[in-house]
Design a protein around this ligand. Structure first.
Ligand code: SF4
Length: 392
C-alpha cells in the first residue's frame, strides 16, 4: 500500500524534528502473509524508522519485531545504551514470535551492532542473530542472496538525500526558535533570516564530504601532542574540531560580502549584523554537526581520537567484525585466518567491531597508548555522558 497523506505529513514532521524521540507501539508487526518459515526482522521504535522499514519490506511475507528504544533511531539508541541485548531479548519473549515460526533466526539492523551484543542475545534466547544490511531498502536483495550481505550493503552511504535530511533536521528547529523573536521585534527580516538558516544548513550538509575533517590525522595528532605550544590549540580558532564550521562560516561571509559589494544599495553596517547572524547559525549547526552523521564523530566527543587495534594473537578470523563495520575498515585474510585493519581515517569509532568480537581481539586505544577493554565498551558504549571514564 503506498504511503497515505497522513504518513507523508508524519514523515515531514518527524524529519524536521528528528532531534526529538518519536516512540511508536512496540511488539510484533505482520507484513504480508507470513508463515512458519518467514523471516523475522527487528527494528527500533522510532516511528519514522518503523514506517520506512515497513515500506522497504512491502511485497515480502515476514515478521517485524519493534523493540523498545524510547522512540530513538537505531544508530543513536545503540550508541547511547537504549538498544541493547535486554531490549532485544524482551521483545523476543513478549511478542510470542517463538510460537509463530519454526526457525530461530533473527535479523537485526547492522547499525544496532554497537549496542546489541549478539552473543548475549543468543545465549539468553537460543535465537541466532544476524546483522542485516545498513539500509532497509537492501533487505529484499539480502534475502535473495540467502542472508548474505555484499560489501555495499554493509557500508553507510550517507548520500546527498540522507545529508539533506540531516540539514532539515537542523534547519527546522533553529528556524522555529529564531522566528519567535524575529516575528516580535524584527518582522521584515524574518524571511531573509530563514533563507540564511536553510541555506547554511543545506550548504553545510551538501558539502560535507568536501569539508576539512575535524579529526587530526595520525601524524598530526602525535606532532601536536609533542608541540611546545600546545596551549595554542586551546584557542578556539586553532582547534581542529572547528575546521568544518569555520570553513562554512568563511564561505558564508565571502558570499555575503560579494552580495553587498555587487548589488550595492545596502548599508555596510547591516553587513556586520548579517555576518554575526550567519556565524551564530554556523556555530549552532557546526558544534554538533558531525555527531548527527553516521560517518563522523562530533567534534565534542573525545572518542573521535580512539583508534581500533587488533590483538592478532587472539584473532581466529571468524570475521564477525567485518560484517558489522559500517566503514569497510576490516578485511579478512583468508590464508592467514586473521582480520586485517585497513589503514585510513574512515573509522567512525562506533565500537561495533569491539562489541561483537567473540575473542576480544579488537580494542580501542587512545593516542597516549591507553587501552579500553572491550568489556568497558560493551557496558558503556559511546561513553554515555562520561560514565566510562568514571568507571575506569
Ligand atoms: S573499525 Fe571503526 S567503524 Fe569499523 S566497526 Fe570498528 S569502530 Fe566501527
Amino acid at each position: 500500500m503506498p504511503p497515505t497523506p497522513i504518513d507523508l505529513a508524519k514523515d515531514a514532521l518527524q524529519t524536521g524534528l528528528r532531534v526529538l524521540p518519536f516512540p511508536c507501539r512496540t511488539g510484533l508487526v505482520r507484513i504480508g502473509n507470513p508463515g512458519r518459515e518467514s523471516p523475522v526482522f527487528l527494528t527500533c521504535n522510532f516511528d519514522l524508522t518503523v514506517r520506512r522499514v515497513r515500506r522497504a519490506l512491502r511485497g515480502l511475507d515476514c515478521y517485524l519485531l519493534v523493540a523498545q528504544t524510547r522512540g530513538i533511531n537505531v544508530w543513536c539508541a545503540a550508541g547511547g545504551g537504549y538498544m541493547t541485548a535486554n531490549e532485544v531479548v524482551s521483545v523476543i519473549k513478549t511478542s510470542g514470535i517463538a510460537d509463530l515460526v519454526d526457525h530461530r533466526r533473527l535479523v537485526l539492523p547492522q547499525l544496532a551492532a554497537t549496542g546489541v551484543e549478539r552473543r548475549e542475545v543468543e545465549e539468553r534466547t537460543g535465537w541466532r542473530v544476524l546483522f542485516g544490511p545498513v539500509q532497509a531498502e537492501d533487505i529484499p536483495a539480502y534475502l535473495q542472496n540467502h542472508y548474505k550481505k555484499t560489501a555495499a550493503m554493509s557500508e553507510v552511504r550517507f548520500n546527498l538525500r540522507d545529508r539533506l535530511e540531516m540539514a532539515v533536521m537542523w534547519a527546522f528547529p533553529i528556524s522555529v526558535l529564531a522566528s519567535i523573536p524575529m516575528l516580535i521585534w524584527w518582522r521584515p527580516l524574518t524571511l531573509p533570516l530563514l533563507a540564511v538558516i536553510w541555506g547554511i544548513s543545506a550548504g553545510t550538509f551538501a558539502a560535507l564530504p568536501w569539508l576539512p575533517s575535524p579529526l587530526p590525522k595520525k601524524e598530526e595528532a602525535s606532532r601536536r601532542s609533542a608541540e611546545p605550544f600546545r596551549w595554542v590549540q586551546k584557542i578556539p580558532i586553532f582547534d581542529p574540531r572547528l575546521r568544518p564550521t569555520l570553513t562554512v562560516a568563511a564561505v558564508f561571509l565571502a558570499v555575503l560580502f560579494a552580495y553587498v559589494w555587487l548589488l550595492g544599495g545596502r548599508e555596510w553596517s547591516s553587513l556586520l549584523g548579517w555576518g554575526l547572524a550567519g556565524l551564530a547559525v554556523c556555530l549552532a549547526i557546526g558544534v554538533e554537526l558531525l555527531g548527527s552523521t553516521p560517518t563522523d564523530k562530533s567534534g565534542l566527543q573525545e572518542d573521535r581520537l580512539l583508534t581500533v587495534r587488533l590483538l592478532e594473537e587472539l584473532c581466529d578470523g571468524k570475521a564477525i567484525c567485518q560484517q558489522v563495520c559500517p566503514r569497510g575498515r576490516l578485511l579478512v585474510d583468508a590464508k592467514q585466518h586473521k582480520v586485517r585493519i585497513v589503514e585510513g581515517n574512515s573509522c567512525v569509532q562506533c565500537g561495533a567491531c569491539v562489541v561483537q568480537c567473540p575473542e576480544d581481539a579488537l580494542v580501542f586505544v587512545y593516542p597516549d597508548g591507553r587501552m579500553i577493554p572491550p568489556e568497558q565498551i560493551r557496558r558503556y558504549k559511546l561513553n554515555m555522558l562520561g560514565e566510562r571514564e568514571k568507571a575506569s
